[in-house]
Design a protein around this ligand. Structure first.
Ligand SMILES: NC(=O)NCCC(=O)O
Ligand SMILES: [Zn+2]
Ligand SMILES: [Zn+2]
Length: 471
């Protein structure tokens, strides 16, 4: 059924104007003043609201097996919560079994994601190197719509890769026109500090940030940037949480390198005092990597977003319940790493970014949606408001308020790291492929309504020379 969005202000990453918008067959069919509602169309009143591209979260882990547990939000509950917060697409991570096949990981994640309520894609992790891995990367890039590969420089003994693997994989991805994503923490240093702390008797959650100080991220960010520079490859650093990594990215960009940086909503507003909490459950609920930082790092992250040196925002949504976090009751290294946030990213960014004057509304759209679509080559189908684009929209109430709470959120987890935060700026309605999936506080997410979005290689923003050569 067609859907007419009437009387709103269209807000994109470039401009703002009053117009109606007609959705039909899942796409944006028309944009203009005073559009007629076709027979049988549903009409939604967007008076006083901003009509923006739906959010894209480029970093989630739904039902991910990790540290002996499986993250608590599955592809349905997690994407339904996303829709309640104005996010209409995610890019999750398909992670092979140790030494296993990348194609099998893609198959397994595709199977799990069939129940997704919003659109999705996958970064595929490279966790070891062999000729078979190289071949599978090629198949994924050319036949399965994967244009990004993930590398963990941390999690020694599990997902971590060394510089030899990084060099091979970054070089191979470059030849395929794919982008390497990197979790930048020096995993050897983390393992060393973990051992030392445990030997000193530091077993509680406080050991987590102590074992992953800012230098650990700064060093790894500098190293992967140097490797990318050696190979003339673009690189995307996930969950940047420190001044040091932000500076390394800015300096590389100033030298002309194609380096992109992602920030998590959580790192922008929560600091490391959470680990001082006497209650294990509270402190453990904040155990994620990289950890929360002393407050001054937040200023660097906001400045990075405002200046364009950091381009995207995400959540690294990886929900674990108190029962799961208890695995690390006597040893902080066993607490499953991860926090939730997919439902609240947009409101947190609006409240703390736009309302404070750090970001313009256009920049908000850029960092929550459009930049991700450009980097991962799904623009203008996603992240834009243009005729022919997917009708993935959020009707945003810039003055609407809500109090974030585990009691009201839709995420399948018993803790919310933003608990009690009063935010101004909320999703009144979320339109997923032309259908109201969240409207007036009612979640109408549909199991399986989400579709896989294949992503073509040689994203022009990552590979400008190739793009120019092809034009
Ligand atoms: N971030 C985190 O703590 N858990 C998910 C895995 C990762 O992204 O490092
Ligand atoms: Zn990570
Ligand atoms: Zn992650």
């Amino acid at each position: 059924m067609p859907l007419l969005v009437r009387g709103g202000t269209i807000q994109t990453a470039e401009q703002s104007f009053r117009a109606d918008l007609l959705c039909d067959a899942g796409r944006i069919a028309a944009i203009g003043p005073d559009l007629e509602a076709p027979t049988g169309a549903e009409v939604v009143d967007a008076g006083g609201l901003l009509v923006m591209p739906g959010g894209i979260d480029p970093h989630t882990h739904m039902e991910m097996p990790f540290m002996g547990e499986v993250s608590a939000d599955d592809f349905f509950s997690g994407t339904a919560a996303a829709l309640a917060g104005g996010t209409t697409s995610i890019i999750d991570f398909a992670i092979p079994e140790p030494g296993g096949s990348l194609l099998s990981a893609w198959d397994a994640w595709s199977e799990r994601a069939r129940k997704a309520a919003c659109d999705y894609g996958f970064h595929v992790a490279v966790t070891h190197w062999s000729e078979a891995v190289a071949r599978e990367m090629q198949v994924l890039a050319t036949e399965r719509g994967v244009n990004s590969f993930k590398h963990f420089m941390a999690y020694k003994g599990a997902l971590m890769v060394d510089d030899g693997v990084l060099l091979r994989s970054v070089g191979h991805a470059l030849s395929l026109g794919a982008l390497c994503n990197v979790h930048a923490e020096n995993g050897e240093a983390v393992a060393h500090l973990q051992r030392t702390l445990l030997a000193e008797g530091v077993t509680g959650p406080k050991g987590h940030p102590l074992s992953r100080p800012a230098q650990v991220e700064g060093e790894a960010a500098g190293r992967i940037i140097a490797i990318a520079d050696l190979l003339h490859a673009p690189v995307y650093i996930v969950h940047v949480s420190t001044e040091q990594a932000t500076r390394a990215i800015a300096e590389a960009r100033a030298r002309g390198q194609r380096v992109f940086g992602e920030v998590l909503a959580q790192h922008l507003v929560i600091d490391d005092s959470v680990y001082d909490h006497p209650d294990f459950a509270f402190a453990a609920a904040h155990v994620m990597s990289p950890p929360f930082r002393p407050k001054h790092h937040q200023d660097a992250l906001w400045a990075g977003l405002a200046s364009g040196q950091l381009q995207t925002t995400a959540t690294d949504h990886c929900a674990f319940c108190a029962r799961q976090k208890l695995n690390g009751r006597d040893d902080f290294t066993l607490i499953p790493n991860g926090t939730a946030g997919i439902e609240d990213r947009m409101s947190v960014l609006w409240h703390h970014g736009v309302r404070t004057g750090r970001l313009t509304a256009a920049e908000f759209v850029a960092v929550t949606s459009t930049n991700t679509a450009r980097i991962f080559n799904i623009h203008p189908r996603k992240g834009s408001i243009s005729v022919g684009a997917d009708a993935d929209l959020v009707l945003w109430d810039p003055e609407g308020t809500r109090t974030i709470s585990v009691r009201t959120h839709h995420q399948n987890v018993d803790f919310n790291v933003f608990e009690g935060m009063e935010v101004t700026g909320i999703a009144r309605s979320t339109i997923q492929r032309g259908r109201l999936a969240w409207h007036d506080n009612e979640l109408r997410a549909e199991r399986g309504a989400g579709e896989y979005v294949p992503r073509a290689v040689f994203s022009p923003i990552c590979f400008p020379r190739t793009a120019a050569g092809r034009a």
